[in-house]
Ligand binder design. Structure first.
Ligand code: PBG
Length: 327
């Protein structure tokens, strides 16, 4: 009769041993809350496909950011929902545009208690919904878009953004924005490159959140969901161009890419748990088909385990409270 000499269950025998043997930890400062601010509203507007998430008014945004800071989250990522759009996304670099106004208001409210971050992309501001400006034939014009991004970067830095989230997936966007910032003396502004951003179905609820005007898809600039090596290459190139942080997005369907990027670069790697990932768990939980808190916590832990140093998640504040309660 043989007894197993290896008894891996020893490490699982009690909460105290399990806690000591735990490989991956999740703390509030690793969570970043994405927030939407809508021009012209006086109260927060619920987003149907993202229960619990709202389009903020300037006032409700300020209050929510104070709550986020009190919960200990690492930062907030702002998205603007303008009242008027045009072909070149003029509202994006207008100092009076909603995103820039909200950024300045948040900095005035929370100062440096949080890392105040801004989405740097044209899709919320264009009347065609693409992330860049269009050529006469309707294709997205990469190099003309870079000029728009540079103007946007300066407007956001001027408004007080600590960190610019470059989510447009144009070639050369990191180098171009970095050069524009340096030329104007914004040497401390952080650049987060959405390096490996995949074109797919998981952004669906976000399109409602920002009232997206997009017809068609983003497959000429965002990555093909079938390609992992290409995502790693994008991340390596973005680091060479001057990115301080690189990101993989969405998170759960791309954990392999996240792990590969983690091994390929030595800067912080973040992941974005996107609107569709949020909506799936919320919907299942609302039906009583899944344990909400357990599923949210497990999803965040899985993303950390795969290699994310920080996570953008719509559950940031609630998860931060759970984590503190658990201490
Ligand atoms: C583009 C942008 C998108 C998201 C973040 N930045 C939408 C897109 O690429 O279509 C999606 C975020 C989410 O789904 O939660 N500015």
């Amino acid at each position: 009769m043989s007894f197993p000499s290896h008894r891996p269950r020893r490490l699982r025998q009690s909460p105290a041993v399990r806690r000591l043997a735990r490989e991956t930890h999740l703390v509030p400062s690793q969570l970043v809350l994405p927030m939407f601010v809508r021009e012209g509203v006086t109260e927060a507007v619920p987003i149907g496909s993202m229960p619990g998430v709202v389009q903020h008014s300037l006032d409700s945004l300020r209050r929510a950011a104070v709550d986020a800071a009190a919960a200990g989250v690492g930062g907030v990522m702002l998205f603007g929902v303008p009242a008027v759009r045009d072909a070149i996304g003029s509202g994006a670099d207008d100092p009076d545009g909603i995103l820039n106004v909200a950024t300045a208001a948040l900095r005035a409210e929370v100062g440096d208690a949080l890392v105040v971050q801004t989405d740097l992309c044209l899709d919320e501001f264009t009347d065609h919904g693409h992330c860049g400006v269009l050529r006469a034939d309707g294709a997205v014009d990469n190099d003309a878009t870079l000029e728009r991004y540079a103007a946007m970067a300066l407007a956001q830095a001027q408004a007080g953004s600590h960190l610019l989230g470059l989510s447009g997936m144009m070639d050369g966007q990191v180098a171009h924005v970095r050069a524009a910032l340096e030329a104007e003396g914004f040497v401390d502004t952080l650049v987060l490159a959405y390096a490996a951003k995949y074109a797919g179905a998981f952004y669906g609820p976000f399109r409602e959140a920002v009232d997206s005007q997009l017809q068609g898809d983003r497959r000429t600039y965002q990555l093909d969901p079938a390609n992992a090596r290409e995502g790693v290459r994008e991340a390596v190139e973005d680091v060479a161009e001057g990115a301080d942080i690189v990101m993989v997005k969405p998170a759960m369907p791309y954990l392999d890419v996240l792990a590969d990027v983690r091994r390929a670069v030595d800067v912080p790697v973040w992941a974005y748990q996107v609107s569709g990932e949020y909506a799936m768990i919320e919907a299942a939980a609302a039906h009583g088909w899944i344990d909400r808190r357990g599923a949210v916590t497990e999803s965040l832990l899985g993303i950390r385990r795969a290699g994310a140093d920080a996570i953008l998640t719509y559950w940031a504040v609630e998860a931060a409270h759970w984590l503190r309660d658990a201490l």
